[in-house]
Write a protein that binds this ligand. Structure first.
Ligand SMILES: N[C@@H](CCC(=O)N[C@@H](CS)C(=O)NCC(=O)O)C(=O)O
Length: 211
């Protein structure tokens, strides 16, 4: 296999990259990371795989790259997909990838984690409430943007779409109801209809519940 993706299915950031590899029909395999048993925080993982203690990490031979946005950019160099066809598109795509990391996935991910993957008695409801407000503001930005665009930042699916869509496909409750956002709903349907689309839980091995 050309690429190994250190990842687990519950990780929306991993799903962005897995979907990019899958759509591009790249030669890749998952290296399963046992997140809920603390693998990303282990000294071995930080030393050997990613000093930032996160997934996803794309391995291409001896090269290991973390940060989903940087990986998608790297994959553009390898596959010609996802970062546009000219400099103007590239900057627009990057703008949305960065926005997603800081405002959308960067907030949806922790919300979903706190609401679903820790025991109920440990859930910090004030934090969840704060995050939900941030989520709603970010989702409103995306909903407005998609009112007159098929794709987020180019005239075809790009890293911006892959980045922003990932958490929105998960079934767990984290306060997002797709039907409340008609433009987002339509855009997600375009992605689902895209060639060989797969749901995150069909594309990657799950780490929850920990065995
Ligand atoms: N900005 C990063 C975010 C990556 C991230 O947050 N990964 C989570 C899993 S979805 C993680 O590994 N967290 C480690 C931890 O919480 O200890 C990216 O886009 O790759």
């Amino acid at each position: 296999m050309q690429f190994q993706l250190h990842s687990f299915a519950e990780s929306g950031h991993s799903y962005k990259v897995a979907l990019a590899l899958h759509f591009a029909k790249a030669d890749w395999e998952q290296v399963f990371i046992d997140f809920f048993r603390g693998e990303t925080r282990s000294e071995a993982y930080k030393k050997e795989i990613n000093s930032m203690a996160e997934v996803p990490v794309l391995q291409d031979g001896d090269k290991k790259i973390s940060q989903s946005g940087a990986i998608l950019d790297y994959l553009h160099g390898k596959t010609g997909h996802y970062f546009g066809t000219n400099e103007e598109e590239r900057v627009e795509i990057l703008r949305w990838v960065l926005w997603d990391n800081s405002r959308l996935s960067g907030s949806l991910g922790p919300t979903r984690f706190l609401m679903n993957f820790i025991s109920e008695d440990k859930r910090p409801f004030e934090v969840i409430d704060y995050l939900q407000k941030r989520n709603n503001a970010a989702l409103a930005v995306l909903e407005n943007h998609l009112a007159d665009q098929k794709w987020i930042a180019a005239d075809q699916l790009s890293a911006a779409d892959l980045s922003c869509c990932s958490y929105l496909f998960y079934p767990e409750d984290f306060g997002f109801n797709r039907k409340s956002y008609p433009n987002i709903d339509r855009w997600l349907s375009y992605i689902e209809a895209y060639e060989n689309w797969k749901h995150p839980y069909d594309l990657l091995k799950r780490a929850y519940p920990p065995k």
